[in-house]
Design a protein around this ligand. Structure first.
Ligand SMILES: NC(=O)c1ccc[n+]([C@@H]2O[C@H](COP(=O)([O-])OP(=O)(O)OC[C@H]3O[C@@H](n4cnc5c(N)ncnc54)[C@H](OP(=O)(O)O)[C@@H]3O)[C@@H](O)[C@H]2O)c1
Length: 258
């Protein structure tokens, strides 16, 4: 029997990058997976590209910055499967650098809605169902090394990721009495399709060398490094782990490395 056989898993921000890799790994390991993202074409293309376990993967289009749409999405999943075991609250958008006093209301709102509140509403709607139906499920949120190794320049993004780290710890306390776990995987710089394009840009060679010097293990995370950590935290092997922030960053956040 495969490790996640009969588990129903929702992954948000699933049409590319870390989310898509995570979907592939769960599908390979027997789970029934629902991919959630905003763009239908992207979801269809990504679903087509899945090889192992594709028959157990479906998708739902949802704007995860909108609580009402998250509620509708959760109802659709629960109607289809009558069950939910694992929710990977992965969606998030990186933000441009902005001076600290030039971040307007919309930028704050968009960033916090997508990077933080989307996870809150997923945990609320699926968590309430787990409680009502006595399911000992769990949640894994995607945080960021940005919340562990603070830097100037992206105040709103960093705050949104600090918030997700702490929100997960608080919700872990709230949900522990139902044996529902909440954890965070905190990726360092990761070679997603978008980041890889920057790495491969010949104009970036020197800047890339400098960036890599700050990572003790000397490379960017592969998407599968992050997916493996997410799967571990959601698995039976981690059944006594809750409220944990797991850095997956090659040592990037240990301290000053150069
Ligand atoms: N990549 C890194 O180096 C890195 C480092 C640390 C932390 N992280 C975190 O890891 C997570 C995944 O990052 P990534 O780089 O893999 O992401 P990515 O490649 O930018 O993919 C973003 C995903 O989110 C979806 N999305 C965006 N806006 C949405 C919305 N309003 N509603 C629904 N879906 C939406 C996109 O769907 P569509 O294609 O449909 O638009 C896409 O599937 C994020 O939380 C990010 O902050 C990434």
């Amino acid at each position: 029997m495969k490790e996640f056989e009969n588990k129903v898993v929702v992954v948000t921000g699933a049409s590319q990058g870390i989310g898509l890799q995570t979907v592939k790994e769960y599908a390979k390991n027997g789970a029934k997976v629902v991919m959630v993202a905003i763009n239908k074409d992207g979801l269809e293309k990504s679903l087509d590209a899945i090889k192992d376990g594709k028959e157990n993967v479906s998708y739902i289009v949802c704007d995860l910055s909108k609580p009402k749409e998250i509620k509708t999405m959760s109802e659709e999943v629960l109607r289809k499967y009558n069950r939910i075991d694992i929710v990977v609250c992965n969606v998030g958008a990186f933000s441009d650098k902005l001076p600290w006093n030039e971040i307007d209301d919309k930028t704050w709102h968009d960033c916090l809605s997508l990077n933080t509140l989307s996870a809150y509403y997923c945990i609320k709607y699926f968590g309430e169902y787990m409680i009502k139906n006595r399911i000992n499920g769990n949640f894994v949120c995607t945080g960021s090394s940005t919340a562990l190794h603070l830097k100037k320049g992206r105040l709103h993004y960093s705050v949104s990721k600090c918030a997700i780290h702490d929100m997960a710890k608080i919700l872990a306390m709230d949900l522990a009495k139902y044996n529902i776990r909440v954890n965070v995987v905190s990726p360092g710089p990761t070679a997603t399709e978008l980041v890889q394009a920057r790495i491969d840009d010949p104009r970036q060679v020197d800047a890339e060398k400098e960036r890599l010097k700050k990572i003790p293990l000397g490379r960017y995370a592969k998407m599968v490094d992050i997916a493996n950590a997410i799967m571990f935290l959601s698995s039976e092997k981690a059944s006594f782990i809750t409220g944990a922030i797991l850095p997956v960053d090659g040592g990037y956040t240990i301290g000053e490395t150069i």
